[in-house]
Design a binder for this molecule. Structure first.
Ligand code: ATP
Length: 360
């Protein structure tokens, strides 16, 4: 087995409390991985006078993947590099119910969907400004039927959708739907856009995805207006398989999907590019519970399982997921967000015991 190198960035607030015990488990279970901890955030600042020193960037470039804890700011430059620098365009966020998850749904058993969020474009390009700086463009509001200058003073944010950016995430999503069908899922892809109000930008996302759909006649495809999709996601969650969305809708609806199965503590995620991937839980840094050792590490461990699969350690990924599933099924050792009273450490110990049991 070839060795793999993984960069760990622990993140801030409560994130390191989930990350450290998760990495400790993986160190034991997958000895073929070399773990690298470059100085990022405050430690980078202390050692090299930079939140994201060259040493950290080089470590990422020399690695096979990064496991990233959530950031509230200091580790953001590293995250920006992992995303835009490494062109990780597909943010894959599964929401699969497991017995024992504290879902608010009456019948959550069949929820097993994946949201693929386009990860680089849309409203996340960071192009914002004052309306008056656009005056030379003489823009006109199609809906208000007035010149933009009528709305000064005020601010704007640019929504950017490109053909190439959409095509690659659409293709990725269809391929994912195919792989999932091999595991018994229906082979279904749903696209969500606001093409009625944004016929030009979201219209392009829809058009391109539809064009790619022609290459996948074996995948059942449809496109919903995203507000209709939001309603159906709650009312009929089990009907969905893979959902592809522009960045902002994907960000919002994947939190909603996590809510459907039992909360953000259960939401793993991976961000994939053509030649690199990083993995981080879909939740934030949970500052309100920092320092209490009660953050649910399930999202981090599920992200780690996605990473193991990406690195060709599929059997270990499967065992980790099964160990997690059994801990929830038993329901004796759960963190407070899932109605339990166990600590992060106790939960990780329970997962480790289950994992080890399957090897004996
Ligand atoms: P961001 O904007 O960075 O995504 P956020 O504002 O959505 O962050 P989160 O950090 O995701 O906020 O937290 C939202 C709520 O969910 C908080 O009350 C937090 O404690 C809780 N939460 C998030 N993740 C977990 C977890 N892994 N375990 C337990 N509670 C969590």
């Amino acid at each position: 087995m070839t060795r793999k190198r993984v960069v760990v960035i622990e993140g801030e607030d409560a994130a390191p409390e989930a990350m450290r015990p998760s990495v400790a488990l993986l160190e034991r279970w997958v000895p073929e991985i070399d773990w690298v901890h470059p100085p990022v955030g405050e430690r980078g600042q202390e050692l090299h006078g930079s939140l994201f020193p060259a040493e950290a960037r080089d470590a990422i470039d020399a690695s096979d993947a990064t496991l990233f804890g959530s950031t509230s700011g200091p580790s953001s430059p590293a995250l920006m590099y992992l995303r835009w620098g490494r062109q990780t365009f597909a943010n894959v966020r599964p929401a699969r119910f497991r017995t024992g998850y504290r879902s608010p749904l009456a019948r959550p058993e069949d929820v097993d969907l994946v949201i693929v969020r386009e990860n680089l474009e849309d409203m996340y390009m960071g192009i914002e400004g004052d309306i008056d700086t656009l005056s030379d463009l003489k823009l006109q509001s199609r809906t208000a039927r007035r010149p933009l200058s009528d709305f000064e003073p005020g601010r704007y944010a640019l929504k950017l959708i490109t053909e190439a950016g959409t095509e690659r995430v659409a293709r990725y999503s269809f391929e994912l739907a195919r792989r999932r069908r091999e595991r018994g899922r229906p082979g279904r892809l749903t696209c969500g856009t606001k093409h009625n109000m944004l016929p030009y930008s979201d219209g392009l996302f829809r058009e391109v995805t539809e064009r790619v759909a022609a290459d996948y006649p074996d995948i059942e495809y449809n496109c919903l207006i995203v507000d209709d999709l939001a309603h159906k996601l709650v009312a009929d969650s089990a009907a969905f398989d893979v959902i592809v969305l522009p960045n902002l809708y994907g960000d919002i609806l994947s939190d909603a999907a996590a809510g459907l199965i039992g909360g953000l503590g259960l939401a793993g995620s991976g961000c994939y590019g053509a030649d690199y991937a990083y993995f981080e839980s879909a939740h934030g840094t949970a500052p309100d519970i920092a320092g209490k050792n009660i953050i649910n590490p399930t999202a981090t461990l599920l992200s780690a399982a996605m990473m193991l699969e990406y690195l060709d350690f599929a059997p270990q990924a499967q065992r980790l997921e099964s160990a997690l599933a059994r801990v929830y099924e038993e329901g004796r050792v759960l963190t407070p967000d899932q109605g339990g009273s166990s600590s992060t450490t106790e939960f990780c110990d329970a997962v480790a015991a289950e994992f080890d049991r399957t090897s004996s």
